[in-house]
Write a protein that binds this ligand. Structure first.
Ligand code: LMR
Length: 402
């Protein structure tokens, strides 16, 4: 049977990482997959993580299965980060959390839950969105749709078009919103725009599914939660898929969560029983290590303080590289405006490079960026590669087109 199989196309994001590994050019630059690099181009293990792992190694005395929904201490920590410790939702027991293998695992569990209990729902995604979003929900059997998100320049939110599209959504449709650091554009709604989104979600009786993979990368932990918490004020029911890949640097430990918010505790508890069914038939129960690290750090005041410090350092370095990129481009291609890159949030920016330019960056300069909007991982820029990168964009692409 397998002889008839033609190879599947490489993954739009992870496939580039593989191509990068195989590229022999010593000056190659990887700005594709969303992984943080420090000033030396390394992806560090956070100090707080190392310390938590040391403690876990000492204390761990069995490797038995976790429950289907994972560690209760971890679930509680997840909810406290999402809503804040003293939130009504937490006090009322209206939120339940399942630990999942990464944010991607959380999204797939959420999709399976929707398809099992509310089959045939339409699920709406911003255009553009993370390359894997549509595949995950379509694979679960849901019907996927897009709403407009950015304007013609590709540099600003087209808020009116987004709201107008929401008017066409039907009651019970699911709208996927990126809580902060929109992937792939880096363009987020303002606080006032979140208020209006929250009201529109309520008016249309939509179910918001919030993808929250970058808390602490755009602003502080609290600032980045404003969109989610605004939605919660207006809407009694939500799904939230969150991840510690980026803000804990725990990429390969696969630590994420799906959280269901319901109108009351009994409904939330019932929803969790269905989430458990989806997990059991998929991967049975989650791996322990990464979530144990997160719970250890978040429940120890000193380690938590150290984590927040390290997270701040990552956020500030990315913000600084945004400014440095804009300045360097100004000196190399003065007639082209890249100021928008400094205004965007989180790891990614839509560079606006065309598919041909993206291809040329790779084939001629061994610079890897994602095809979708020429998405650049700003967190991959360093002192060592900034000059090469900007020269390639300016000399190779922009100036020539002038
Ligand atoms: C990204 O968008 O690059 C990351 O979220 C990694 C991934 O799984 O695609």
């Amino acid at each position: 049977m397998f002889e008839s199989l033609a190879p599947a196309p490489p993954d739009a994001i992870l496939g580039l990482g593989e191509a990068f590994k195989n590229d022999p050019n010593p000056r190659k630059i990887n700005l594709s997959v969303g992984v943080y690099k420090d000033a030396r181009g390394q992806t560090p293990v956070l100090r707080c993580v190392k310390e938590a792992e040391r403690r876990l190694l000492e204390q761990e005395n069995n490797k038995s299965y976790l429950s289907i929904e994972g560690s209760a201490a971890y679930g509680k920590s997840v909810r406290e980060l999402l809503f804040g410790t003293d939130h009504d939702i937490i006090r009322g027991g209206r939120a339940v959390t399942a630990q999942t293998p990464g944010g991607t695992g959380g999204l797939r569990v959420a999709a399976d839950f929707l398809q099992r209990k509310f089959p045939g729902r339409r699920v709406w995604f911003s255009k553009p969105t993370w390359d894997n979003h549509l595949n995950i929900f379509a694979s679960a059997g849901l019907s996927v749709e897009s709403y407009p998100y950015i304007d013609r320049t590709g540099r600003e939110l087209d808020f009116d078009a987004m709201l107008a599209a929401m008017e066409t959504m039907a009651a019970g449709d699911v709208i996927v919103l990126h809580a902060c650091c929109h992937n792939p554009t880096g363009i987020d709604p303002s606080g006032e725009q979140w208020e209006r989104i929250a009201r529109a979600v309520r008016a249309r009786q939509l179910l918001p599914l919030v993808d929250f993979a970058y808390q602490g990368f755009g602003g502080t932990l609290e600032q980045d939660a404003v969109g989610l918490r605004t939605l919660c004020q207006q809407n009694p029911e939500l799904l939230i898929c969150s991840s510690f890949s980026k803000n804990f640097g725990l990429y390969n430990e696969r630590v994420g969560a799906v959280t269901v918010v319901a109108a009351d505790k009994a409904s939330a508890d019932a929803a969790l029983t269905h989430i458990r069914v989806c997990i059991r038939v998929n991967y049975s129960n989650p791996p322990s290590h990464g979530a144990a690290i997160v719970a250890t750090v978040l429940n120890d005041p000193a380690l938590r303080g150290e984590w927040e410090q390290e997270l701040t350092e990552m956020r500030q370095r990315i913000a600084e590289m945004r400014v440095r990129f804009v300045q360097t481009m100004k000196s190399k291609a003065p007639r082209h405006d890249f100021d928008f890159i400094a205004r965007q949030k989180g790891m990614f920016s839509f560079s606006g490079l065309t598919p041909m330019q993206v291809d040329e960056l790779r084939t001629k300069y061994s610079i890897y960026v994602v095809l979708n909007g020429g998405r650049i991982n700003v967190a991959g820029m360093t002192d060592d590669n900034l000059e090469t990168l900007c020269s390639a964009i300016a000399e190779g692409l922009l100036n020539r087109a002038d």
